[in-house]
Write a protein that binds this ligand. Structure first.
Ligand SMILES: NC(=O)C1=CN([C@@H]2O[C@H](COP(=O)(O)OP(=O)(O)OC[C@H]3O[C@@H](n4cnc5c(N)ncnc54)[C@H](OP(=O)(O)O)[C@@H]3O)[C@@H](O)[C@H]2O)C=CC1
Ligand SMILES: CC(=O)[C@@H](O)[C@H](O)COP(=O)(O)O
Ligand SMILES: [Mn+2]
Length: 389
């Protein structure tokens, strides 16, 4: 029987990878609804390509523009708009799975909606896991939702942990691999340009996550993401720089065995794993050829040049609202960097100062998380504005 899927963030890098994988399995999967932030033309084009029944933009003011784009393509796709429409798509009980691939904390309400509706969650939006923390995980458990990580490292860990018993997990150590980003070997980061920070050495991704990879904040977010997705404490999550990005992460067991997942860097693989698990389906990714592999290398991360990785561990250890504050400050700082308002090195500086200045207890609801997020953003923006004066 054909299964149905909804995709949040359908116009983005992950969304397009998901649509590509799905296009290879039209007999088994049908796209029911898709959503994006504000790019209505791209969303209508995606609707035309995948035949979605409904399409939604986050910006409520763009509903008519979206409807016009859909009409212009002769589509009967229903046009929806606003944050509630996106949450309805995320929590749609008529869909067999939902891809959560919006960028940033904007994806948090959608993750809670999917969790509360007990959905099969194909989860790429790491910021919702970072900000949602224990609360999101408890909602997932309470409502019987299931999470299939799409982030490449977490997909690898998920696969490496698949056969582990609770006892084996209890002492397992996670090795999160990290490409090192574009500045792995660059000593002086003071003159980094927007273009340099927006070019990843291995992966083609959205702008925000690409800059996060350049600061190593992406790895910091992924440490926090791993802590919650796999219920493993930070002390047993280690980061190793592996510039070739062939090993996507590994799990070390107490008997010395290390399970790793390898492959060419192509996000269609983790999307296909999440979509089909426990089956395996064609993703379109090239096979890995061991006979033509260059040497695989490893080194320790440099937390002096890349302080955001250490800051993420610190936020985890502080607990409460600290991960929300760090994530919010980072989103504001990356946006300011991409807008040419602050230099690259100020991203970490803004995060450091916001983390020192803003403290919240553990939130009790998604609304409280969003309020903490809002207040942390305000503080980070204040710091940026005062530094520019
Ligand atoms: N790209 C990758 O390879 C990987 C990405 N991830 C994670 O996946 C998520 C998506 O990343 P990526 O695809 O690179 O990002 P992109 O910037 O390429 O795409 C972001 C998507 O989110 C949509 N969007 C923007 N604002 C909102 C909103 N308020 N509500 C709903 N959707 C919105 C965008 O719509 P619009 O086009 O209209 O702006 C777009 O479809 C991030 O959390 C990232 O960390 C994780 C691992 C790898
Ligand atoms: C593809 C993916 O999952 C990204 O998160 C990727 O890992 C970024 O690479 P680095 O953060 O290791 O540079
Ligand atoms: Mn990743």
């Amino acid at each position: 029987m054909t299964k149905t899927v909804n995709i949040l963030g359908a116009t983005g890098s992950i969304g397009r990878s998901a649509l590509d994988v799905l296009s290879r399995h039209r007999g088994e999967w049908r796209v029911r609804a898709i959503a994006s932030g504000s790019r209505v033309r791209e969303l209508a084009e995606a609707a035309a390509a995948c035949g979605a029944e409904a399409a939604a933009v986050a910006d409520p003011a763009l509903k008519d523009a979206l409807a016009a784009e859909l009409r212009a393509r002769g589509l009967a796709t229903e046009a929806l708009a606003g944050p509630e429409a996106l949450c309805s798509i995320a929590g749609d009980r008529g869909a067999d799975a939902v891809v959560l691939a919006a960028s940033g904390a904007a994806g948090l309400p959608q993750a809670f909606a999917a969790a509360r509706a007990g959905r099969r969650m194909l989860l790429a939006n790491k910021e919702s896991v970072v900000c949602g923390g224990a609360l999101l995980q408890s909602e997932i458990r309470r409502h019987g939702a299931s999470v299939f990580p799409v982030d490449s490292e977490h997909s690898a860990i998920f696969q490496c942990l698949a056969a582990a018993t609770p006892g084996q997990r209890a002492s397992a150590v996670i090795w999160l691999t990290c490409s090192g980003g574009p500045f792995r070997t660059r000593r002086d980061l003071s003159g980094v340009t927007i273009e340099e920070a927006s070019t990843h050495p291995r992966w083609k991704m959205g702008r925000k996550i690409t800059v996060d990879s350049a600061t190593l904040m992406n790895k910091g977010l992924e440490v926090i993401e791993a802590r919650w997705l796999f219920d493993i404490p930070a002390e047993r999550i280690r980061v190793v720089v592996h510039p070739e990005s062939v090993i996507h992460s590994a799990v070390a067991y107490c008997d010395g065995a290390v399970m790793a997942e390898l492959g060419v860097p192509d996000m269609r693989t983790p999307v296909a794993v999440a979509l089909a698990w426990p089956q395996r389906i064609e993703s379109g990714a090239q096979p890995l050829d061991f006979l033509h592999l260059k040497p695989l290398t490893f080194e320790a991360p440099d937390t002096q040049r890349f302080p955001l990785l250490a800051m993420a561990y610190e936020a985890l250890s502080e607990g409460g609202g600290a991960p929300i504050v760090l994530n919010a400050a980072n989103e504001v700082a990356v946006e300011a960097f991409l807008g040419g308002r602050i230099p690259f090195l100020s991203i970490a500086e803004v995060c450091r100062r916001t983390l020192d200045q803003v403290h919240f207890g553990s939130p009790d609801s998604p609304e409280e998380i969003l309020e903490d997020d809002r207040r942390a953003r305000e503080a980070a923006r204040g710091l940026i504005d005062s530094s520019l004066r």
